[in-house]
Design a binder for this molecule. Structure first.
Ligand SMILES: Nc1ncnc2c1ncn2[C@@H]1O[C@H](COP(=O)(O)OP(=O)(O)OP(=O)(O)O)[C@@H](O)[C@H]1O
Length: 506
């Protein structure tokens, strides 16, 4: 694991950073769980200010402070923008905290380190996942504009985010959207000559050049993710929900067409291009596939989802697109409705509890039926069922009809990387024909994917557009193996930590 010596941390540049104890804060509630560890909503005791505390997971105490955390701190310290999350300070704990075990004899407790952020009420995935949630077109434009403004700022400052997805877009109750989670971010030089790690960006939002193995890339990788988010907002569900890398690339090529030297000069030189031999040539059909989108939305999306990264629209140019300057205009963030706090972690947890509850009731019901069906005839007759064979009529046979109750899908909050689900999130009519059946949506979704035509875009009345589904798998657990698709992923869904997944020298 890449590590840093304490003197490399350099987090004392701001003299007070790291000098305060986490005891200055009262943890109120866990709101996230990520690669680093837990994220809490907390209150600063002295001022009453609400903040978010992100604990830096010390995966291996002996190896020191994770280099990814250093990167995130360093990058966030230099970025100051209204659409980028503000890192307020670093605080420490000197001893084991509530619920933590003191290390075994001989091992000194190394302490915990927390990043203190301004608190945001929602992340886009959690917000979109609210039952009945629908975003209006002016609202989608408002979020997209803020996302592009924040990203443009990062790119101008030569920072690649490299993990744009719904759960990393934080929104407050004043309608402000901020980019968060710079754990995979890094500085870049504009010549794009440096070799960078290929294993970045959550699968569903990962651009074709990374899937084909490039190590030389630039801001266009973030713009592909933005295109996926944009389409998802308009579409009401993820557009490229691949379960592994080959499937991911096939889904992209199916809509964006298979690349060749004419449409993407240089593509055949990308390391894994030859490993991926399309069995058939597919023409780009993005415009037909999303023909229900507003014309200006479609023009912009087409340029965001350009296969050739050099032709992909930049954040700056995207902000100038007709889409943002035609009716209905993006709304003022302050005019947006406020919602009860909703983070992906919490919405997933609620759903898991609900599922558990439903499974328990089913199980109890079946046990009850089983007991009844096994009653001796005399008793059955006493209940007026004397002529009924067990299993016939209202009490069906248990074998063959019992639902699988053991298979409650497991959720590792923030880490499962499976697409999250959300009953009732999409309005009926928000889905394409032949829509994607969400693998984990199960029975729970009212409305859900795959019902009815798309809502109109563009000049639709408020709340006329669909909501946005959950973020995709944030790094599925890919099989480890050889070859281009063998052992990849963002690392975020993989066991271990980010430092172990990447060669951070790149
Ligand atoms: N400043 C904040 N205010 C409110 N919620 C936050 C804040 N920062 C993070 N969260 C919540 O915690 C979740 C995880 O945070 P973050 O992505 O920064 O952690 P991570 O360890 O890098 O996670 P991951 O590996 O899943 O990307 C976010 O999706 C969000 O819901």
């Amino acid at each position: 694991m890449a590590i840093a010596a304490p003197e490399q941390l350099n987090i004392t540049e701001v003299s007070t950073w790291g000098s305060r104890s986490v005891d200055c804060f009262e943890k109120l509630e866990q709101i996230g769980e990520g690669t680093y560890g837990q994220v809490y909503m907390a209150k600063e005791i002295e001022t009453g200010e609400i903040v978010a505390l992100k604990k830096i997971r010390m995966d291996n105490e002996r190896e020191g402070f994770p280099i990814t955390a250093i990167r995130e701190i360093k990058i966030l310290k230099k970025l100051h923008h209204e659409n980028v999350i503000k890192l307020k300070e670093i605080v420490t704990s000197t001893g084991p905290e509530k619920g933590e075990q003191a290390p075994a004899d001989g091992n000194k407790y190394k302490g915990g380190i927390y990043m203190v952020f301004e608190y945001m009420d929602h992340d886009l995935t959690g917000l979109a996942d609210r039952p009945g949630m629908r975003f209006s077109v002016p609202q989608i434009k408002c979020y997209m504009k803020q996302l592009l403004t924040g990203l443009h700022y990062c790119h101008v400052n030569q920072v690649l985010h490299r993990d744009i997805k719904g759960s990393n877009l934080l929104i407050d109750n004043e309608g402000n959207l901020k980019l968060a989670d710079f754990g995979l971010a890094r500085s870049f030089s504009s010549d794009h000559n440096a070799n960078l790690t290929n294993r970045v960006i959550t699968l569903w939002y990962r651009p074709p050049e990374l899937l084909l193995g490039t190590t030389k890339y630039g801001p266009a990788v973030d713009m592909w993710s933005v295109g996926c988010i944009f389409a998802e907002l308009l579409n009401g569900k993820p557009i490229f929900p691949g379960k592994d890398e080959p499937e991911q690339i096939n889904k992209i090529f199916d809509i964006c067409g298979t690349p060749n030297e004419d449409i993407w000069p240089g593509v055949s030189k990308i390391p894994w291009y030859n490993n991926f031999k399309p069995t058939r040539l597919v023409k780009r059909r993005l415009r037909e596939h999303f023909r229900h989108f507003d014309r200006h939305a479609l023009d912009l999306l087409d340029r965001m989802l350009s296969l050739d990264p050099s032709q992909r629209i930049s954040a700056k140019d995207a902000l100038d697109a007709e889409y943002f300057w035609t009716d209905p205009l993006p709304c003022d963030p302050k005019s947006l409705p406020t919602y009860e706090s909703s983070h992906e972690f919490q919405t997933k947890k609620k759903r898991q509890q609900q599922r558990q509850h439903e499974e328990n009731s089913k199980r109890q019901k079946l046990q009850h039926q089983q007991q009844h069906s096994r009653l001796p005839p005399i008793q059955q007759s006493g209940h007026g069922h004397a002529q009924m064979r067990a299993g016939a009529g209202p009490n069906p046979p248990l074998h063959g009809s019992q639902p699988q109750v053991a298979g409650v899908p497991g959720h590792h909050y923030g880490k499962s990387r499976g697409p999250s689900t959300g009953p009732g999130r999409y309005p009926p009519g928000g889905n394409p024909p032949g829509g994607y059946n969400h693998p984990s949506r199960g029975q729970g979704g009212a409305g859900g994917y795959g019902s009815g035509p798309y809502p109109p875009q563009g000049r639709a009345p408020p709340y006329g557009s669909s909501g946005m589904p959950s973020a995709g798998p944030r790094g599925p657990n890919y099989p480890h193996g050889g070859g281009p698709y063998g052992a990849s992923g963002t690392g975020r869904g993989m066991p271990g930590n980010r430092n172990q997944q990447y060669n951070w020298q790149q």
